[in-house]
Each structure stands twice: as structure tokens, then as C-alpha cells.
Design a protein around this ligand. Structure first.
Ligand SMILES: Cc1cc2nc3c(=O)[nH]c(=O)nc-3n(C[C@H](O)[C@H](O)[C@H](O)COP(=O)(O)O)c2cc1C
Length: 246
């Protein structure tokens, strides 16, 4: 066996579209279609201020400045700043019959990626783990406490995961994309997550904040913190955000 027989290449081979494969039946059977929005109706809710959207920043200079930054001060960020970051990644920008379109593109407008936050230092929001309710533009409380140390350990000992003002945690609700795209959905889910993370880094840059995407983590340790099953909903990506250490 060589690397070419491993799961990575096998997956790419078996999920390629060609003019025949696209019409071939697979053996996955009927796949249920979950709702596009996840909500925690019983959770205490923190509404977020809607950020202004009319401002113009120089996109070209933001692209030029964007860098992964890993060292942060212990200064908190404001709720207004947090709401700008959240709007940048998943804000609803257009409503059409049956669809709401967002700032970042998504295959089939299915939006399989959910956002959770581990808040360490945000003014007026207690430290804890929260789910971002996209439709209501609000935070839903999952667990209170500062989970920074736990998250640094879960990110293979990368201190920045717990030392930023907050950590973005993205999960995939796999069936949200799978009912339509079958096994090929995994490709699209990670593409979606990439778009979201890039929006976050550009918004953080525009706001003068530091941000670093994190792909290295012990998956199940994060899933346990979020109380998700690690199969139908599983953590796929993280990003630390904080005030830049000069
Ligand atoms: C998918 C992905 C995963 C990453 N994971 C980590 C990580 O676990 N730890 C880290 O320090 N940086 C991580 N990074 C940041 C990269 O190291 C960084 O993007 C790269 O060095 C290029 O630097 P730049 O982003 O400043 O241009 C990741 C970036 C991407 C796109």
C-alpha cells in the first residue's frame, strides 16, 4: 500500500464528477434534509447590535495587510466589534423566496457550517461557549466559564487558541449538504468553511485585530465542549481573534 491508496486520494478519486458519474446512483439511500438554521430555543439569548454596512474601507489595502497573527494582548474586544465579525462571516445580505443569502458563498445556498464562540474577553458578554443564531443575529448560551486553557490544550497545545479575546469554532452539519451533494458534499463543506474564515480574517484586519485560522486540534475534545455528536455535526475549523500585541 502507498499513499495513493490512502483515504485522502481514495476520497478525491471517488467523489470526482465526470459526465457519467454525475448521473450514477450511489448506495447511500435516502438522505434526510435537516433545517438550514440551528437554534437553541431554551438557551438564554444575547441579541447583538446590527453593524453599519455603508462604510467603505480600502479592500486592496486590507488584502495587502492580511496576515495570520498569533500574539494578542489581554484587552477585551467590544460587543460592537464582535457583531461586525459575525456579520462579516455569516450576515444575511439578501432575502429571496425560500433562501437567505449571506456574506460568504455556500454550495447550493445550503450553509452547512455553524458558528460557535468560546468567549474569553468580550465586554458585556460573560465568558462561555455560545452558538451564533444567524437568523436572529444573537448569541445562544451553551456553557458559562472561561474555556481558554482547555481550548489551548485541545488545539494541540497552541496557546493562541485560548489567549485571544475569543475563539471561533466552526462545525459542519453534514446532512445539510449531503442530501443534495451525496459524498461529494465533504469537498463543498470545507470550501464553505474556507470562505467564512477568509471573511473573518479580512474583517479582523479591517478592524485592526489579530486573527489566526487553526486546523490542528483534537476533534472530539472540541465536540465535547460544544455538546455535538462528532458525526452528523462535527468541528471542522477554528480561528483565534484578539487585540494585536505590538
Ligand atoms: C486550513 C488552515 C489551517 C491552519 N492551521 C493553523 C494552525 O493550526 N496553527 C497555526 O499557527 N496556523 C495555522 N494556519 C495559518 C497558516 O500557518 C498561515 O495561513 C500560513 O503560514 C500563511 O501565513 P499568512 O496567513 O500570514 O499569509 C492555518 C491556515 C489554514 C488555511
Amino acid at each position: 500500500m502507498t499513499y495513493k491508496d490512502g483515504m485522502a486520494f481514495q476520497y478525491l478519486r471517488e467523489t470526482k464528477y465526470d459526465r457519467e458519474a454525475i448521473f450514477r446512483r450511489d448506495d447511500l439511500g435516502q438522505i434526510p434534509k435537516p433545517p438550514i438554521y440551528k437554534t437553541y430555543p431554551e438557551a438564554p439569548k444575547t441579541p447583538l447590535p446590527r453593524p453599519p454596512t455603508g462604510e467603505t474601507e480600502n479592500l486592496w489595502s486590507i488584502l495587502n495587510q492580511r496576515r495570520s497573527r498569533r500574539r494578542y494582548t489581554s484587552e477585551p474586544i467590544s460587543t460592537e466589534t464582535l457583531s461586525r465579525l459575525l456579520w462579516a462571516i455569516q450576515g444575511i445580505t439578501l432575502s429571496a423566496p425560500g433562501y437567505q443569502f449571506r456574506t460568504a458563498p455556500s454550495a447550493g445556498a445550503l450553509y452547512p457550517v455553524e458558528t460557535y464562540l468560546s468567549i474569553h474577553r468580550v465586554s458585556d458578554v460573560k465568558p462561555g461557549v455560545y452558538h451564533f443564531n444567524v437568523l436572529d443575529f444573537a448569541l445562544e448560551e451553551i456553557s458559562l466559564g472561561n474555556f481558554g486553557e482547555y481550548l489551548s490544550r485541545a488545539a494541540l497545545g497552541q496557546a493562541m487558541a485560548g489567549r485571544g479575546a475569543l475563539l471561533f469554532i466552526w462545525t459542519a452539519i453534514v446532512l445539510r449538504a449531503m442530501w443534495k451533494y451525496r459524498n461529494r458534499c465533504i469537498r463543498y463543506i470545507f470550501m464553505d468553511a474556507g470562505h467564512i474564515a477568509q471573511n473573518l480574517q479580512l474583517a479582523a484586519t479591517a478592524l485592526g485585530l489579530g486573527c489566526c485560522p487553526i486546523g490542528a486540534f483534537f476533534d472530539e475534545e472540541i465536540n465535547q465542549l460544544l455538546q455535538v455528536d462528532g458525526e452528523e455535526e462535527t468541528t471542522i475549523y477554528l480561528a483565534a481573534v484578539g487585540n494585536l500585541l505590538a
